[in-house]
Design a protein around this ligand. Structure first.
Ligand code: FAD
Ligand code: EGU
Length: 480
C-alpha cells in the first residue's frame, strides 16, 4: 500500500479522480476550502508530455464556464488567451459568408485551447499547498464502503489509497461510475449518435488568419456539418461532423477532394488540397456519446461531475461549460450545508440532475434538428426570427441559446421558458394576426413616434392577448 492519504491533519481527504478540465478545476475548488486534495490522473503530466493526444483541440467557453473559473481566480488568465467570437459566420454552398451576431455588442463567446486550459488549471491546483497531483494513476476499482481505491501504474504495479470523498471527474467512460452501475436504483442510459467527427487544421495564409478570426464559422449542410474555431497561432481547427457510414465511403484522396468540392468547396483552398488529402486519413473519425444517469452520488462517499455524470453531444457547445457549472453548484451547496457530505451529496443530485439532463436533451435535440433540415439559409432565417422576436419583445422572448450561453439560468428552467415562449408565439400568431394589425395601426396613429414606448405597450398588449401566466423567471443565478 502506498502512503495512506487518510486524514493528514483535521481536514478530510478528497480524492479527485481525473485531471482533465473538470477534475483540475474541481481540485482548485476543494483546495480553496482547505481539504487535503489528491488528484489521480491516468495520463502522464501533460505539461511535460511531448505529444498530447485527446479530444477536440479547442472549445467554446461561455458564461457558465467563465463564472466557474472566476470562483477560483482563473477567469482573466484564461480569457486573456481566448479568442473572442462575436458572431457565427455562416458559409453557404456558394461560399457566401453571412455573420449573425450572438447578441448585443460586447456579447461573445471565446475559443480556448483545451490543452492550455487543462495545463493552467493543473498549475493553479498545484499552487495550493494542500493539493497533490498524481499522474500515471489509472483508477481500476474502488469500494463504496471504505473509500479504498486501487490504481494501475504504467509499470504494471498496483497501488491503493483511501479518501473521505471520491469525486469522479474521469470523463464519459468513467471508472468511478462503474461502481454505481452495480447498485440498485441507479438509472443509466447511453446513446452513441450515428455521426462521428474529424478535426482538420486550416493554416494561416500569408501569416494571417485564413478567414475572419472573431467568428465561429459554420457550414450547415443538413447531414454534413463543419464548424471552425480560431486558435492563437492563427490557425483554425475545423471539425467535420458526418455519419460514420459516410466517413467510411471516402477511401482515397481524390474522393476527399470530390466530397469537399460538393459540400465545402470554399474550404478546399483554405485548408489546402494536399493537406486535406493527407490529414483526412491521419486519424479515424471519433465517436460521440450521450450519457445520462442519476443519482450522482453514493452516500457521503462519492460524487460524479463533468462528463462522468453527463456526457453530452457537442451540438450546443456546453459540455465543458456544464461540467464547470457543476463545480459552482456543488460549492454553493457546500456553503449551505456546512461541508457535511451526508447532506451535500443528496442535495447536489437533487438540484443538478434535472439541469444536466436538460442540457443533454437540448444538445441531442439540436443534433437531430441540424441533421434533419438545417442548411445555411434555414440557419440564417431561424436566427433572424429569434432575434426579431427578441427585439420586439425583449422581456418576453429570449432566444434559448442566449439563456444557455450568456446566463446562468438553470438549464431546466431555460427549457421550460423556451416551451412557454413557443406557446406565447403560437397563440399570439393564432389570436393576434388580425387584432395586432388593427390595434397596431390604431396605436401608431394615436400616439406616434416614441418607438420605445410603442414597443413596450405592444409587448404588454401581446402578453394580455395571449393570456399566459408569467414566464418562469430567468436571471437570478441558479436559484436552488
Ligand atoms: P475529460 O475532459 O474527458 O477528462 C477526464 C480525465 O479523466 C482525462 O484526463 C482522463 O485521462 C482521466 N481519466 C479517465 N479515466 C480515468 C481513470 N480510470 N483513472 C484516472 N483518470 C482517468 N464543451 C464545451 O463547453 N464547449 C465546446 O465547444 C465543446 N466542444 C466539443 C467538441 C467535441 C468534438 C467534443 C467531443 C466535446 C466538446 N465539448 C465542448 C465537451 C467537452 O470536451 C467535455 O465536456 C469536457 O472535456 C469534459 O471534461 P471532463 O473533465 O469531465 O472530462
Ligand atoms: C460544436 C462543436 C451553432 C464546438 C449549435 C450554434 C459546437 C461548438 C449552436 C464544437 C451550431 C450549433 C452554440 C454556441 C456552439 C450557434 C449554440 C457548437 C461550439 C445553438 C469544437 N453552439 N458550439 N448553438 O448558435 O448555442 O452558434 O467543437 F453550429 S457555441 Cl451545432 Cl453559442
Amino acid at each position: 500500500m502506498e502512503e495512506s492519504a487518510h486524514r493528514r491533519g483535521d481536514k478530510k481527504v478528497v480524492a479527485v479522480v481525473g485531471g482533465g478540465l473538470v477534475g483540475a478545476l474541481n481540485a482548485c475548488f476543494f483546495a480553496k476550502r482547505g481539504f487535503e486534495v489528491e488528484v489521480f490522473e491516468t495520463r502522464e503530466d501533460i505539461r511535460k508530455a511531448k505529444v498530447v493526444k485527446g479530444r477536440s483541440i479547442n472549445l467554446a467557453l461561455s458564461h457558465r464556464g467563465r463564472q466557474a473559473l472566476k470562483h477560483v481566480g482563473m477567469e482573466d488568465k484564461i480569457v486573456s488567451k481566448g479568442i473572442q467570437m462575436n458572431a457565427r459566420m455562416i458559409h453557404s454552398l456558394r461560399g457566401k459568408q453571412t455573420p449573425i451576431p450572438y447578441g448585443k455588442r460586447g456579447q461573445y463567446i471565446l475559443s480556448v485551447d483545451r490543452a492550455n486550459l487543462n495545463k493552467e488549471l493543473l498549475t493553479a491546483a498545484e499552487t495550493y499547498p494542500n493539493t497533490k497531483l498524481n499522474f500515471d494513476h489509472k483508477l481500476q476499482d474502488w469500494s463504496a464502503e471504505t473509500g479504498l481505491m486501487t490504481f494501475a501504474r504504467p509499470d504494471g504495479s498496483e497501488t491503493q489509497t483511501q479518501a473521505d470523498l471520491i469525486v469522479g471527474c474521469d470523463g464519459a467512460f468513467s471508472a468511478v461510475r462503474k461502481q454505481f452501475l452495480r447498485r440498485s436504483r441507479f438509472n443509466y442510459s447511453q446513446t452513441y449518435i450515428p455521426h462521428g467527427y474529424m478535426e482538420l487544421t486550416m493554416p494561416p495564409r500569408n501569416g494571417e488568419f485564413a478567414m475572419r478570426p472573431n467568428y465561429l464559422h459554420i457550414w450547415p449542410r443538413n447531414t454534413f456539418m463543419m464548424i471552425a474555431l480560431p486558435n492563437l497561432d492563427k490557425t483554425f481547427t475545423c471539425t467535420l461532423f458526418m455519419p460514420f457510414e459516410e466517413f467510411e465511403k471516402i477511401t482515397t484522396g481524390d474522393e476527399v477532394i470530390e466530397f469537399f468540392q460538393k459540400y465545402f468547396p470554399d474550404a478546399i483552398p483554405l485548408i489546402g488540397a494536399a493537406a486535406l488529402r493527407r490529414d483526412y486519413f491521419r486519424l479515424p473519425a471519433q465517436a460521440m456519446v450521450s450519457v445520462k444517469c442519476s443519482p450522482y452520488h453514493i452516500g457521503d462517499k462519492c460524487v460524479l461531475m463533468g462528463d462522468a455524470a453527463h456526457a453530452v453531444v457537442p451540438f450546443y457547445g456546453q459540455g465543458m461549460n456544464a461540467g464547470f457549472e457543476d463545480c459552482i453548484v456543488f460549492d454553493e451547496i457546500m456553503n449551505k450545508f456546512n461541508e457535511d457530505f451526508s447532506a451535500v451529496l443528496p442535495e447536489y443530485s437533487r438540484v443538478r440532475v434535472p439541469d444536466d439532463h436538460a442540457i443533454a436533451d437540448l444538445a441531442m435535440y439540436n443534433y437531430v434538428e441540424m441533421r434533419a433540415h438545417v442548411n445555411s439559409k434555414w440557419f440564417i432565417f431561424r436566427k433572424h426570427v429569434d432575434n426579431l422576436l427578441h427585439l420586439l419583445m425583449p422581456k418576453t422572448i429570449i432566444p434559448l441559446y442566449t439563456m444557455v450561453t450568456f446566463t446562468r439560468t438553470r438549464y431546466h428552467v431555460a427549457v421550460e421558458r423556451w416551451h412557454w415562449q413557443d406557446k406565447v408565439i403560437n397563440r399570439g400568431l393564432l389570436l393576434g394576426a388580425v387584432g395586432a394589425a388593427v390595434g397596431g395601426s390604431y396605436l401608431l396613429i394615436k400616439n406616434p413616434p416614441d418607438i420605445n414606448r410603442l414597443v413596450i405597450t405592444a409587448e404588454k398588449i401581446w402578453n394580455k392577448m395571449v393570456a399566459l401566466k408569467a414566464p418562469p423567471s430567468v436571471g437570478a443565478a441558479s436559484q436552488i
